[in-house]
Design a protein around this ligand. Structure first.
Ligand SMILES: Cc1cc2nc3c(=O)[nH]c(=O)nc-3n(C[C@H](O)[C@H](O)[C@H](O)COP(=O)(O)OP(=O)(O)OC[C@H]3O[C@@H](n4cnc5c(N)ncnc54)[C@H](O)[C@@H]3O)c2cc1C
Length: 334
């Protein structure tokens, strides 16, 4: 018997963790879902890059689980072979005793293993940047830079909130000023990632990642010691937000030099190559207190992502936000 759900389809902007988790849940209830993402692949800020064969997690490094709903999802990743336990407690160069005791997981072949396993069986349109959002009588219509044109009665937007507000500002459809003010409180730190390729294992002690004693670098990790590659290949460096803010416009070479000088004591060989990636929105430092925001329940428009909810680590926050936004959509229209 066909399901009696007035919302027969849903568009989701963003194939990051929030968008993918939401899509799985909505699709499981028989609602057709299309995810639209400007990136080449799925995962958003959960991203693994290859340089000359070397593999780097240049976005999120690991994740923890504290909510039983996310724990269940993580158990599923582990059972599928997509995730493994990396370490317990955050390794910090200055602090021999690990104060933070949580279990950290990583994606088995790199962090992007997680979104790739979530995306299996979902309809994801990549390389499609949404440039305009219009409201028609009972539908949302999206236009993309690749010429795409998508229509559905429900829409969930999971891009980082500053990007979402910029998008709506330029769109045909305008959000009301109360919503813009409420959601405008969500703020992110920037981060610059430097990937240094070397064919020697670094001196970063096991488990292969550490918070170094540096005011410019907040994290370094060796892909081989971490376990995402079979051969030594290189080290990822994440800058502090202050460094990213002050050095954002400098050229890549100067940034690479500055970060290399901070971490060279951990390297066993000179890098043979490097790449720099600038994350304008890395992790939120101020979030919206609820897990999602329902703007319009007539033709539903919901906002979700890691900028929503309190007191959980970012990937978990994104997943829980996607789950709760999906559940709200299902609740309204079941
Ligand atoms: C350097 C760095 C280190 C991090 N470390 C950790 C960590 O160790 N642990 C942890 O838990 N979290 C970490 N995070 C944060 C974590 O990656 C994020 O919290 C999480 O991945 C956010 O998921 P999301 O789905 O909310 O957003 P995103 O992953 O940002 O997904 C949003 C998607 O929307 C797409 N999009 C945006 N605008 C448009 C548009 N106009 N049209 C189409 N698509 C669009 C983007 O391409 C993106 O794929 C880190 C992040 C960074 C950058």
């Amino acid at each position: 018997m066909p399901r009696k759900i007035p919302v027969d389809s849903c568009l989701i902007i963003g194939a990051g963790i929030a968008g993918l988790v939401a899509a799985r849940r909505i699709q499981d209830r028989g609602i057709d879902t299309i995810i639209i993402d400007k990136g080449r692949g799925v995962g958003g800020r959960v991203s693994t890059r290859r340089i000359n064969g070397a593999r780097f997690d240049h976005g999120a490094q690991s994740f923890t689980a504290s909510d039983p709903r996310f724990e269940e999802l993580v158990e599923g990743f582990v059972d599928l072979g997509a995730a493994r336990v990396w370490f317990e407690g955050f390794p910090d160069e200055k602090d021999a005793v690990r104060k933070e005791k949580r279990i950290h997981y990583y994606g088995t072949n790199g962090m992007s293993h997680i979104p790739r396993s979530l995306a299996a069986g979902l309809d994801v349109m990549n390389n499609e940047r949404v440039t305009d959002i219009c409201r028609e009588e009972k539908h949302w219509r999206l236009f993309t830079s690749a010429g795409g044109n998508f229509k559905a009665p429900a829409l969930i937007v999971t891009a980082p909130m500053p990007q979402t507000l910029e998008l709506f500002n330029e769109c045909d459809y305008k959000l009301n000023s109360e919503t813009v003010n409420e959601l405008g409180i969500i703020k992110y730190d920037p981060c610059i990632a430097a990937m240094f390729v070397t064919n020697r294992q670094s001196k970063i002690p096991k488990p292969g990642g550490i918070v170094p004693d540096s005011c410019h670098v907040k994290w370094i990790a060796d892909s081989f010691t971490k376990g995402i590659t079979d051969e030594p290949c290189g080290v990822i460096v994440h800058s502090t937000a202050d460094f990213a803010q002050s050095e954002w416009d400098r050229d890549d070479e100067k940034i690479a030099d500055a970060l290399y000088n901070e971490i060279k004591v951990f390297l066993s060989a000179e890098p043979s190559a490097y790449q720099i990636h600038r994350w304008r929105y890395s992790q939120p430092y101020r979030t919206y207190p609820k897990r999602y925001y329902l703007y319009n329940s007539g033709s539903p428009l919901l906002f979700a992502g890691d900028g929503f909810g309190r007191a959980s680590c970012s990937i978990e926050a994104a997943a829980l936000s996607g789950m709760e936004a999906a559940d709200r959509l299902i609740e309204i229209h079941a």
